[in-house]
Design a protein around this ligand. Structure first.
Ligand code: NIG
Ligand code: FE
Length: 400
C-alpha cells in the first residue's frame, strides 16, 4: 500500500494507442492511495475511501509525493561495449555524426568493441544500463541488437536484453559491416543465417532506413521476411532525410516509425491517418544538434505518438525519460499530459503491452514511480533534476 500520496496521475487508456486530443486525457486523484498485490495494482482511490485491509500490509508513506505509472522506454540500444566519448569530443569540435559514420567510426566503432566482448560482459553492460534506466523511473524497456552484425553477436545481444528483463528487438539491419560487399549481400546473409534464430529470441525487427545504411527497397525486403517469421516491425526513419520510411511503415503495418526529425508535412499527414505510432526521440535530436521532430503537428493532425530516449553510445547517451519528457514540453510543445501518455501507455502499445503497462489502474502491473514533488508535472518541469524518489516494479521497490 502506498498511502497519503499528494496526487496520483495516470493517462487514460484503451485497447489502442491514444491519438490526437485523447493524449491529453489524464486521470488524476488528490490525497490518494495505490494498493498492490501479487505484482499487480489492486486499487486506486482517495485516502478517505481506503477500505479496511486485512492481514499484513507493507506500507509506503507517500506524503508530499506524487505517483505516475512506471515509465516505458520503447526505443533503446542498451547492449554494447566500449563508448564513443572520443567521437563526442570530435563532434564538439565540429565533426558531424554522418561524417564519423561514413569514415568507419560511429555505429561501426561500437560494432568492433561489441564483437570483442564476451557474452558475460555484454550481459553485465546491459544490466548496468538497465540500472541507470530504473533510477530514472523506467520499469519496462525495449532493447535492440544491431552492434553485432554477425550471427553470434546479434543473438548474444538479444539474449542479454532478455536476461536483463527487456523486450528484445532485432536490429540486424542497423548498418552494413565492412566484411560484406554492399547491403544486398549483407541482407542475403542476415535473412538466411540469422533471422531464424533472431525470430525465436526477439519480439520485433527494426531497420535503419537512411543514406549510408539501407534504402527503402532493402528495408522492405528485410521487413517483409521478418514479418513472415512472426516479428512485429519497427523502423528508424526520417532521422536525417526522408527516404520513404513512413510510406513503407504504413504499407507494411509496422508498429512504429522512430526518429522523424526530417519528416515534412506530407509525412505528418500520412502517419496521422495510419495506425503506425510515431516514436519521438528528442534526446537524440538534442545530442546531435538536429531539429526536433514535428511532434505538435503530429498530435494536432491526430497521430499516435510515443516518447523514448534512444539510449545508445553514439546519438543519445541518455537513459532519462524524465529528460525526454522535459524536452517534449519545452522543445516540441507537447503538454506534460501528452508527454506522459507518450512515455507510458503509448510506448507500452508499441511493445504490445498496452493492456498491462503504462497506467495506474486495477489489473495493470504494479509499476509505479513516486516523484519527489506533490504535483506530478515536476516529472517534466524539473529538467535534468533528481525528481524520481522511489521506483516500484511488479510490486517491489527496485530503486529508492
Ligand atoms: O537511433 N540511427 C541509428 N541508430 C541509432 C544510433 C546508433 C549509434 O550511433 O550507435 C539511433 O540514433
Ligand atoms: Fe535508435
Amino acid at each position: 500500500l502506498v498511502r497519503d500520496l499528494a496526487q496520483v496521475a495516470s493517462p487514460a487508456g484503451s485497447g489502442t494507442p491514444l491519438r490526437g486530443a485523447d493524449l491529453r486525457r489524464l486521470e488524476s486523484i488528490e490525497h490518494a492511495y495505490v494498493l498492490c498485490g501479487d505484482g499487480a495494482i489492486e486499487g486506486v482511490g482517495r485516502m478517505r475511501d481506503l477500505p479496511a485491509l486485512e492481514g499484513e500490509v507493507e506500507e509506503i508513506d507517500g506524503s508530499g509525493l506524487s505517483a505516475v505509472p512506471g515509465l516505458v522506454d520503447c526505443h533503446t540500444h542498451p547492449c554494447f561495449a566500449g563508448d564513443r566519448v572520443h567521437e563526442f569530443s570530435l563532434r564538439a569540435g565540429g565533426a558531424s555524426y554522418e561524417e564519423l559514420h561514413a569514415t568507419g567510426g560511429g555505429i561501426l566503432s561500437t560494432v568492433r568493441a561489441t564483437r570483442a566482448a564476451t557474452a558475460e560482459e555484454l550481459t553485465a553492460a546491459t544490466l548496468r544500463h538497465r540500472g541507470w534506466m530504473r533510477a530514472h523511473g523506467t520499469t519496462t524497456f525495449e532493447g535492440k541488437s544491431g552492434y553485432g552484425l554477425d550471427r553470434d553477436t546479434e543473438l548474444v545481444q538479444l539474449e542479454a536484453v532478455r536476461a536483463a528483463g527487456g523486450v528484445p528487438t532485432w536490429l540486424g539491419a542497423h548498418t552494413v559491416p565492412p566484411e560484406f560487399d554492399g547491403a544486398d549481400a549483407y541482407l542475403d546473409f542476415l535473412l538466411a543465417d540469422v533471422l531464424p534464430d533472431a525470430a525465436r529470441l526477439a519480439e520485433a525487427a527494426d531497420v535503419f532506413l537512411e543514406h549510408g545504411s539501407f534504402d527503402a527497397a532493402q528495408a522492405r525486403r528485410y521487413l517483409v521476411a521478418c514479418r513472415s517469421a512472426g516479428l512485429a516491425l519497427r523502423l528508424h526513419g526520417d532521422q536525417f532525410s526522408e527516404c520513404g520510411a513512413i510510406p513503407l511503415a504504413v504499407e507494411l503495418g509496422a508498429r512504429s516509425v522512430d526518429h522523424l526529425e526530417a519528416t515534412g508535412p506530407e509525412g505528418v499527414a500520412m502517419l496521422a491517418a495510419s495506425g503506425v505510432v510515431g516514436v519521438l526521440l528528442p534526446a537524440s535530436a538534442l545530442f546531435l544538434g538536429r531539429p526536433m521532430p514535428p511532434a505538435r503537428a503530429l498530435v494536432d493532425a491526430g497521430a499516435a505518438v510515443a516518447l523514448a530516449t534512444d539510449f545508445n553510445p553514439g546519438s543519445a547517451y541518455c537513459e532519462s525519460l524524465p529528460l525526454a519528457l522535459s524536452l517534449a514540453c519545452t522543445q516540441m510543445r507537447l503538454s506534460p499530459e501528452e508527454a506522459l501518455a507518450a512515455a507510458t501507455v503509448n510506448a507500452a502499445h508499441v511493445l504490445d503491452r498496452g493492456d498491462r503497462c503504462g497506467r495506474i489502474r486495477p489489473g495493470c502491473r504494479a509499476d509505479i514511480v513516486l516523484l519527489d514533488a506533490s504535483d506530478w508535472r515536476h516529472l517534466a518541469y524539473h529538467f535534468g533534476g533528481d525528481v524520481v524518489h522511489t521506483v516500484i516494479e511488479g510490486g517491489s521497490v527496485v530503486f529508492r
